[in-house]
Design a binder for this molecule. Structure first.
Ligand code: MN
Length: 735
């Protein structure tokens, strides 16, 4: 394991001004935090963060990145906290470590994620500092180097994830060395047989090609020297994974692959690059279609180089990359190259900070990273400010849904499908039931609980933030309201026919539609439901000879009961069947409920306006309203289909009181009760009952049922009671 002084030395080699004390502090802190933890290899755990830091010192990264690497697993795997790290190492480093912790948590979700491209986007959305990604890649590289210690059943998944996500990410960040090593390590574990075959072939070929490579190197160098060009030429065999990919892509066998040797020619200036190209092209025949000029047109990740393939000495096809040293640095280290320290001085100390000239480049690169390959995706995402106004969430099957920040599960449901939105009744986020109003966070796995035949409450329209969801909710509520009236109308009409002693049939009613000046059967039903047409008139329209005196609608059936209907402007009211009388039952002003079910409050300490509320559906009984903090709700945790999202619907000018319950512990002396009652009365509370539920020599415990306007009112009464010297404790009873 790397020693403390070795870490410091590694950093000081390229950055002599490095804060030695800071590095030492990080080393000691991580060492203490990880304590006796060990790796799968049996090594002390601490060896891992140190190796990760070492990889990053090879990239000559700034000390904040190195310290973050040393600390990267502390928050997730030890008792360390973000706050503690902020105190000891400053906010910048604590943010970096926190970013890494978030990504690590994401691994749990990503196991299921089907789309690698989207996961890369998610990574980018979460890592708002590019250094977080650099540490993450180094972390993955060390984990891949030690993957053979991990149990075989886990290896395949980790290797696949590396091929799908981390290697391409390194590639997009321009870090070719990192990408190739990740690919080859992953290839070995993901497809052991293919890897073994190709490696064996490459080894064999390497033995034969060795002299050929040297010969070509010599020939190239001397040719160029003859024109006065100083060039560094090096040839190598392609890496196993890139050979494999080429075989797959072109569906050819190993023998058919002609270009498995590549040469790199490094020269001093851009002009030299083109001079070399001219010499190469006039000396050997070129392979058509293989010339690419990435110097005049750099790749989006800033990669610059000339590419060409020629038929070289011994009729061997030779692939050439011609570039300057600067270009070569960027080709190998990508983003990290911009933070390179040179000649013991910072090349650009703030290269990774917002102000720097390199920042714009980084920004552009990150945008490129996140772009998909399709132009639609490109357009969709270039509109965004580096995704920070977006959240990315998963369906249980791993589909990724992008939503604007602030989106709720309702928006999520509609983004998945309009039907999913329309039938949504509840929601689980990361396996836990949450209200449909909650704000979604990056990486959340969202499962929408549906109930067929449900339609969305009108109130959702004001909760949803996406246009798609709002429009769908408007459409669905219009239909639902209309259906509700039509259903109501049908029951009224059926009963009217029954009382008139006439047979009801839909066909007969259909024939009578024009006589009622309506356009369709549904229209007639809805009109009756809304009270625009009297049921007696409908009977008359179907049976014109029907006598007035027998008209229906005059004698309500006492057993008929009632139902909740929509009030103009939303909200529910209790109605009796003839639609004329408002019920004596108090209406519960709650939005979010459609249908004709009775609504009541939880028996103990019900909700008052201002409380966040939830409705629990009991088939055959109706809906019970609980305040969200009610412990009684735990009993329904495993029955998400019964949870309904509801909201208060209070009209300013139509105030009513609501029952609430408080427990008061007061001194046991004469006059206590009167004083308490006085406080409640002075504060405009109505007392329903006071029960003594406990008594000791000094105190008595009281349960008080009272009626209040809302939560603010209730809290005001509670705090007034608490100011009295005779009162020792006041608590609200929550269902
Ligand atoms: Mn790690």
């Amino acid at each position: 394991m790397m020693r403390q002084y070795e870490l410091v030395e590694r950093v000081k080699r390229y950055n002599p001004h490095a804060d030695e004390a800071l590095l030492n502090r990080a080393y000691v802190y991580a060492m203490k935090a990880h304590g006796t933890q060990t790796r799968a290899s049996g090594d002390p755990y601490m060896s891992h963060p140190l190796e990760v830091a070492a990889i990053l010192t090879d990239l000559k990264l700034d000390e904040a990145t190195i310290v973050a690497a040393v600390l990267h697993d502390t928050i997730e795997d030890t008792d360390a906290t973000k706050e503690e790290i902020a105190t000891l190492f400053g906010p910048q480093i604590s943010e970096l470590v926190d970013g890494l912790t978030k990504i690590k948590k994401l691994d749990l979700v990503s196991k299921k994620a089907a789309q690698a491209e989207n996961l890369r986007k998610l990574l980018l959305a979460i890592a708002d500092d590019v250094r977080v990604l650099l540490v993450k890649l180094a972390d993955r590289l060390h984990n891949m180097r030690t993957l053979h210690y991990v149990p075989p059943e886990k290896r395949t998944r980790i290797a696949e994830e590396t091929l799908d996500i981390y290697a391409p990410l390194a590639g997009r960040m321009g870090m070719q060395d990192m990408r190739e090593e990740l690919e080859d390590l992953a290839f070995r574990h993901f497809m052991p047989e293919a890897h073994a075959t190709i490696t064996a072939r490459l080894d064999e070929l390497g033995r034969k090609a060795g002299p050929v490579i040297e010969e070509i190197e010599r020939e190239l160098e001397s040719k160029l020297a003859a024109f006065g060009l100083k060039a560094d030429v090096s040839g190598r065999l392609k890496r196993p994974y890139s050979v494999w990919k080429k075989m797959e892509r072109k569906s050819v066998s190993f023998e058919q692959l002609s270009d498995i040797i590549g040469f790199r020619i490094i020269v001093a200036t851009v002009a030299d690059c083109y001079a070399v190209l001219g010499i190469v092209h006039t000396t050997w025949p070129t392979v058509p279609g293989r010339f690419k000029d990435y110097i005049s047109t750099p790749k989006q990740n800033d990669y610059r180089s000339l590419h060409t393939t020629v038929v070289g000495p011994g009729r061997q096809r030779v692939e050439l990359q011609i570039r300057t040293e600067d270009m070569d640095n960027i080709a190998e280290f990508g983003i990290a190259a911009h933070a390179l320290y040179k000649d013991g001085r910072a090349n650009d100390r703030s290269a990774l900070s917002r102000e720097s000239r390199a920042y714009n480049w980084l920004r552009r690169t990150i945008e490129t990273l996140a772009e998909g390959d399709s132009p639609e995706e490109f357009l969709e995402h270039t509109k965004l400010e580096l995704f920070h106004d977006q959240v990315f969430c998963f369906t249980p099957k791993g589909r990724l849904i992008a939503l604007p920040r602030g989106a709720t599960p309702i928006d999520f449901a509609y983004a998945v499908h309009t039907d999913v939105g329309n039938t949504a009744v509840g929601c689980k986020v990361n396996g836990r039931m949450v209200p449909l109003l909650s704000e979604l966070q990056n990486g959340d796995e969202v499962e929408i609980v549906r109930s067929p035949g449900q339609s969305p409450p009108a109130a959702w329209e004001s909760i949803a933030i996406t246009g798609k969801a709002r429009a769908a909710i408007r459409r669905a509520t219009r239909t639902a309201v209309r259906n509700q009236y039509a259903g109501l109308g049908r029951r009224i009409i059926e009963r009217a026919f029954e009382r008139a002693g006439k047979l009801f049939s839909e066909d007969k009613l259909k024939a009578a539609v024009p006589r009622l000046a309506r356009t369709s059967l549904d229209d007639v039903l809805a009109s009756v439901g809304r009270g625009e047409i009297f049921s007696g008139d409908v009977v008359k329209a179907v049976y014109p000879d029907f006598k007035e005196g027998q008209a229906a609608g005059s004698a309500p059936d006492p057993k008929a009961g009632g139902w909740f209907g929509m009030k103009k402007g939303g909200g529910l009211v209790f109605r009796v069947p003839d639609g004329k009388q408002e019920a004596q039952l108090p209406s519960i002003p709650i939005r979010g409920l459609n249908g004709d079910l009775p609504v009541h409050f939880a028996p103990d300490g019900g909700a008052v306006p201002g409380d966040r509320i939830v409705g629990i559906l009991t088939p055959g009984k109706g809906i019970t309203i609980y305040p969200i903090q009610s412990p009684a709700l735990m009993a329904f945790d495993d029955q998400p289909e019964r949870w309904l999202d509801v909201r208060w619907d209070i009209e300013e000018d139509h105030r009513q009181r609501f029952p609430a319950q408080i427990n008061v512990t007061a001194i046991n002396e004469p006059g206590t009760l009167a004083q308490i009652a006085a406080v409640i009365g002075e504060n405009d509370g109505n007392i329903d009952s006071i029960t003594v539920i406990g008594r000791s020599p000094d105190f008595r415990d009281l349960k008080i049922d009272l009626e209040v306007w809302d939560l603010k009112h209730l809290n005001a009464i509670i705090s007034q009671l608490r100011t009295k010297t005779i009162v020792s404790q006041v608590e609200r009873v929550n269902g």
